[in-house]
Design a binder for this molecule. Structure first.
Ligand code: NAD
Length: 425
């Protein structure tokens, strides 16, 4: 089954990213030239390359790598394998990476990459050849001090190991810091696989605590997407005692009114076809649309863009949305949800746990000095709560929603750095 979303075809994520930017930048008194500069990608690479398939055929694939901004440091951003990938999706994801890294105070700019493919219909051998060739194609842009990829939808630690190996073979020595999200046995960090989902729950927990909800057992959570982000968001929420009512993936949703046993769901997907939920026995089946409209307290979209739109925003029953995915809510839906009093912890904050621990992995790799998981998780919590505080302060100061407040915080940091550095030459 292809990982592809119909709604995404009609809404351009780059247009969404620019509208969010325009909304936030209006609160900052910036020179027009700086406003224009931060609104566009710095550089873009598109590449068409051949891959030999298992049956001997040669197929041509299209890939991209976009650097949105590098003012704060080397660019950082994941690589996505999906049929939905196009240049505008990659541009949007790169722009969101710039704001995310700036927001949580990492010395990084924003980038993103992707290949138009359906990884679930390819064999490991085909994926390895595609990955190595794509890594070679983008090698003119990536480097441990220039641009550091990581996993995103459809890619995983194994993909990162192949990229690291390809790059290392080319330069003649091992370069672990070329990617993050690697397997631990080749220089990955403790806690990186779980980090994005863990961060989603750290932010959710903080929002609930501030709203006076101190008993996780009384809070029900629905999670769309059961890949890297959704799985570990569900797991961490479950471990803290939250009631995980429903989870879903591209094959459909699974609901249990008494709360799912997330360990049991994970044991099922550990051995299911493509790690999909399809056929999970200890729950009732629902659709992804039903999951988004479920009677619950917290909704965590952790799959892909444009899931909550003007068409279904009014159906949302949750009082809090925590965006594990990038760009799951459109600006029209933002307005509807704001008027309904639904709080949103925006993607650039809610899913920043991944890039934060990627940064820790990069630092550990450069120093060849590795931390234990307790240290990683302690530092992760510190970084996210500090960023949450800053966003909450800007929300009150400007009387705006959390997304606009997060973007104001991030844009200000990047624009200040741009002015301090000066315009070359
Ligand atoms: P993944 O490929 O591991 O998982 C994606 C999940 O979404 C899968 O369960 C898939 O079946 C599901 N899905 C795909 N299309 C769907 C649809 N139409 N309806 C419902 N479910 C669907 O990807 P991931 O790494 O978990 O990334 C998910 C989201 O989180 C993306 O928006 C990504 O950009 C964002 N994100 C990921 C990370 C990370 O560290 N992996 C960090 C920050 C943000």
């Amino acid at each position: 089954m292809a990982v592809h979303d119909k709604a995404a075809e009609h809404i351009n994520p780059y247009e969404v990213a620019k509208r969010q930017y325009d909304r936030a930048v209006a609160y900052l008194d910036l020179p027009q030239g700086i406003v224009d500069f931060l609104r566009v990608p710095k550089r873009e690479l598109s590449t068409n390359f051949p891959v030999r398939m298992d049956n001997g055929d040669i197929r041509v694939f299209t890939g991209y790598r976009v650097h949105h901004n590098t003012v704060l440091g080397p660019s950082k951003g994941g690589i996505r394998y999906a049929l939905s990938v196009d240049i505008d999706e990659v541009r949007a994801l790169a722009m969101w990476m710039t704001w995310k890294c700036a927001l949580v105070g990492l010395p990084y700019g924003g980038a993103k990459g992707g290949v138009v493919c359906d990884p679930y219909s390819m064999t490991q051998g085909e994926l390895e050849r595609l990955t190595r060739r794509y890594a070679a194609e983008i090698s003119i842009l990536i480097s441990p001090h220039g641009d550091i990829p990581a996993p995103d939808m459809g890619t995983n630690p194994q993909t990162m190991a192949w990229i690291m190996d390809t790059y290392s073979m080319t330069v003649g020595y091992s370069v672990p810091a070329i990617v993050t999200g690697k397997p631990i046995n080749v220089g990955g960090s403790q806690g990186r696989t779980e980090a994005t989902g863990r961060g989603v729950v750290i932010c959710m927990h903080e929002a609930l605590r501030r709203a006076g909800h101190n008993n996780p057992a009384e809070i029900s959570v629905a999670i769309q997407g059961f890949g890297n982000v959704g799985t570990y968001a569900a797991k961490h929420a479950f471990d803290l005692g939250y009631k995980v009512l429903a989870v879903s993936d591209v094959t459909g949703g699974y609901y249990n009114a008494n709360g799912l046993d997330v360990d049991d769901v994970m044991a099922y997907t550990a051995t299911s076809e493509n790690h999909w939920l399809r056929g999970y026995p200890n729950a009732d089946e629902i659709s992804n649309e039903e999951l988004l409209a479920l009677e619950c307290d917290v909704l965590a979209p952790c799959a892909l863009e444009n899931q909550i739109t003007e068409k279904n925003a009014n159906d949302v029953k949750a009082f809090l949305i925590v965006e594990g995915a990038n760009g799951p809510t459109t600006p029209e839906a933002d307005d509807i949800l704001f008027s309904k009093g639904v709080d949103i912890i925006p993607d650039v904050l809610a899913n920043a746990g991944g890039v934060t621990v990627s940064y820790f992995e990069w630092v550990q790799g450069l120093q060849s000095f590795f931390w234990d998981v307790e240290e990683v998780n302690r530092q992760l919590g510190r970084v996210l709560i500090k960023a949450y505080d800053e966003v909450a302060r800007n929300k009150d100061e400007h009387n705006v929603d959390m997304r606009t407040a997060a973007q104001i915080t991030a844009i200000k940091r990047v624009s200040d750095a741009t002015v301090t550095r000066g315009i070359y030459p």
